[in-house]
Write a protein of this length. Structure first.
Length: 319
């Protein structure tokens, strides 16, 4: 299988390190030439598991880059290779028109784009040009932390769910994606095909909307949210308000979602959330696509989400 991974952050490096020995060809696209050059020289160091190992470039993995300041992102790599899948593993603020053009330039008519973004709304933009039957959505609870431009730690095992954004894929094409699931499982991930990605995406959206802004505002690790009655009350208020929006949109959330949120905090207790890392490194956060998307839907539905609005304003103030 031939795979391109766009984004050399924590998840991109984690998946690249584990898939590199199993793919016929793997290309990792970093944002900058500097990181791509460093990866090409050093490979990827994977830590946080029972043993540490470093991938090598060899004949199976290559590194390239795209630059936002270039007039044409499509020119930053060579001719299009027949990739089976492109994993889009950048954060939502990085999905620009130029990046979309770059993705289109790397695809053949048989290439599927797999979107790993948090939040909602990006899937409409990504499927705009070629129809939703070539777009797959992925929700993962794998934990990863980038230690340097070439090193990543696997901080927690989770599950990766993959499915079509809408049921427009012919049955004979759907079956081919089980090869991707099998590849991920062989690489050490737990992966499953899902026929109900909407509920999984909403569940992940609410988990992020509850945990991420609080950790960013308070500058605490995920597990520390459970150590205070006050933060747990705020978490529950965020959860309850998000459920109002889901109910109004006729989304049937799992009855166990609140317990899942607590379990995620415990399982990732030592993790710095991505939003906290963004604040610490003076980067834009994904607050607009997470809590912001809930607020936008609430406004359209004439619902009030006072806790979410306060969290949103505080994170924007920190930005």
């Amino acid at each position: 299988m031939r795979i391109m991974i766009i984004g050399a952050g924590s998840l991109g490096l984690l998946f690249a390190a584990k898939l590199s020995a199993l793919c016929e060809h793997l290309t990792v696209i970093a944002r900058t030439k500097e990181q791509a050059d460093q990866l090409a020289q050093e490979g990827i160091m994977l830590g946080g598991t029972t043993e540490r190992h470093r991938t090598t470039r060899g004949g199976f993995i290559e590194f390239s880059h795209y630059q936002e300041d270039k007039e044409s992102l499509a020119s930053s790599t060579g001719p299009v290779l027949p990739y089976d899948y492109i994993f889009l593993m950048v954060k939502q603020p990085a999905i620009t028109k130029k990046l979309a053009q770059y993705i289109d330039s790397r695809r053949s008519e048989n290439t599927y784009l797999v979107s790993f973004q948090n939040g909602i709304g990006h899937e409409a933009d990504l499927s705009e040009n070629d129809g939703e039957n070539k777009l797959l959505l992925a929700v993962t609870t794998e934990g990863a932390r980038r230690e340097s431009p070439t090193e990543v730690s696997h901080t927690g095992h989770g599950v990766t769910y993959i499915g079509v954004s809408k049921c427009t894929d012919p049955d004979h094409k759907k079956s081919t994606h089980f090869l991707l699931v099998n590849l991920l499982e062989e690489a050490g991930f737990r992966a499953e095909m899902s026929k109900n990605m909407e509920v999984r995406i909403w569940s992940k959206l609410i988990i992020n909307a509850v945990i991420n802004p609080l950790t960013a505002i308070l500058h605490v690790k995920n597990g520390e949210l459970l150590e205070s009655t006050w933060t747990k009350e705020l978490m529950f208020d965020l959860y309850r308000e998000a459920c109002f929006v889901a109910e109004a949109k006729d989304i049937k959330l799992p009855d166990t979602l609140w317990q899942t949120i607590l379990t995620v905090c415990e399982a990732t207790s030592r993790n710095h959330s991505s939003m906290l890392q963004d604040i610490e490194q003076s980067r834009p956060t994904e607050i607009d696509r997470i809590n912001g998307s809930l607020l936008q839907m609430a406004d359209e539905l004439n619902l009030e989400l006072p806790t979410h609005r306060t969290m949103y304003r505080l994170v924007k103030a920190l930005e």
